[in-house]
Write a protein that binds this ligand. Sequence first.
Ligand SMILES: Nc1ncnc2c1ncn2[C@@H]1O[C@H](COP(=O)(O)OP(=O)(O)O)[C@@H](O)[C@H]1O
Ligand SMILES: O=C(CO)[C@H](O)[C@H](O)COP(=O)(O)O
Length: 465
Amino acid sequence: MLKHTVLNSIPPLPFPQGDSNRNIIMWMDHRAASQVERINRTRHQVLKFVGGVMSVEMQPPKLLWLKENLRESCWDKAGHFFDLPDFLSWKATGIMARSLCPLVCKWTYSADGGWDESFWKKINLEDFVADNYCKIGTQVLSPGDPLGKGLTPEAAKELGLPAGIAVAASLIDAHAGGLGVIGADVKGYNLPCENQPITSRLAVICGTSSCHMGISPDPIFVPGIWGPYFSAMVPGLWLNEGGQSVTGKLIEHVVQGHAAYPELQAKASARFQSIYTYLNSHLDSIKKSLPVGFLTVDLHVWPDFHGNRSPLADLTLKGMVTGLRLSHNLDDLALLYLATVQAIALGTRHILETMEEAGHSISTLFLCGGLSKNPLFVQMHADITGLPVVLSQEVESVLVGAAILGACASGDFTSVREAMARMGKVGKVVFPKPEEKRFYDKKYKVFLKLVEHQKEYAAIMNEDI
Ligand SMILES: Nc1ncnc2c1ncn2[C@@H]1O[C@H](COP(=O)(O)OP(=O)(O)O)[C@@H](O)[C@H]1O
Ligand SMILES: O=C(CO)[C@H](O)[C@H](O)COP(=O)(O)O
C-alpha cells in the first residue's frame, strides 16, 4: 500500500476543528513554517540526515503545529499519528507496524539507531518519548515485509478481493516509483548505465511534484537534498531524495490561469486532444525552422511558486517570470507553458549538479509519473541535463513499485532487488540533442541569476528604512 506523505490521526480528529473527515494534513501544506524554522534553529544532529535543513513538508513541524494550535481538540485526544502509506496498511490488515520508509524519510527515525529521544525533547514533543513512541510507531518493518495475516475479511469485502491476500509494508509513492524503474534491464539500448553500477541511475518521479532519487553504497551528505536515508528505497543502499514541490501542479497553475485558457480548452477538445498535446503541436506550428526550445530566448521562469525543496531548501522562495509582453493570445500561453516546462527541467539540472558535486555520479535518468506522458517535458529533461532519459513500459511505475512489494510479501520473490530487476521494464529511450546544449547552458546561467536576483530584492526590502 502506498500513497502521498500525508499526516493522519486515529481516531479521526479534524485539522482544524469542524469536519472529522478532514483529519489529514497534506504534504504540500506549509502551515508549519514557524515550527520548522524553530526546529532548524536547534541544529540537532538528526538534521544531518535530511540535507541539513528540515522541510516544512515533513512530519515533526506538522506535529508541533498540532500541539501548539489544536492541543485540546486533537493533540491530547489522538491515539496515533500516521503517514498515509502506514495508515492504509493498517486499514488493510489491522497491523499497527510502520514501514521504515516513511519513518526514516519524514519522521527522523534511523534504520540503525531508532528514534532519537533528544530530538523530540529539544523540539518540545517530549510527549512521544514519555509514551515510548506508541503514537508514532514502535514496530518497524522493511518495505516488502508481509503484514500480519494479510487483508482482513472486512477490508477484503470493501475492496472486492480475497481475504488473506498478502499486504506488504509500504513505500511512499515516489519511492515506489523509484523502485519500479531503477532496476530495469537496459541491455541493448546503448545507454551509458548499461555497464555501470545501478548507482549511476537517477529515478525522477514526476507528477504533482517531482522527486529525484539517487542511490549509493555509502552515505553521501548533499546540502539541501533530503537524506542520506539507509534502506528507504532500495534495501541495503543509501538514498538521497531531491525534489521540486510543484511541477505538474505548476504547469496546471500557469496554463489554467492564462487568459487564453478557455480558447485552448475549446480548440483542444474540438480536436479530441489533451490540452498538452494541443500546446505541443501549437509550439511546433510557431517555431518555424528553429528548434522548439529556442522560442524562449527572452522568456525565463523561476519555478519555485511553492518554495524550493531542493537544492536550496528555502520555503520562502517565490516564482518569477521575465519577458512578458502586452498580449495574451494562445501563442503567449504556449510560450509561457514551454518556459515553465524548461524551468522545471533546469531545476532538475540544479539538483543533479548539486548531487554530483557531493559525490554522486549519474549517467542516466529514469522518468515516470504523469508528467512523463508529456513528450516535451521528457525531451527538455534530456536536452537540459544532457543525459539520456529512460521511460518505463508502464508509465504508472509507482504501481509497479507497489506490485514489487506485494510480490515480495506473497513470497513470489525472495528479495526486493530480484523483483526490481524482473518487474521493471524499459519502454522507450530519449536522447539529448548535443547541438542544442549551448542554448540550454545559457538558459541555465540565466536560471541561476534569477534566484540570485530574487534574494537581492528580498535583502533590499529587508533593509531598515
Ligand atoms: N497525458 C499527459 N500529458 C501531460 N501531462 C500529464 C498527462 N497526464 C498527466 N499529466 C500531468 O501529470 C500530473 C499528475 O501526475 P500523477 O503522477 O498522476 O500525479 P501524482 O503525483 O499526484 O500522483 C498532472 O499535473 C498532469 O498535468
Ligand atoms: O514528498 C514526496 C516524496 O517523498 C512527494 O512529493 C509527495 O509524496 C507527493 O507526491 P505527488 O507528486 O505524488 O503528489
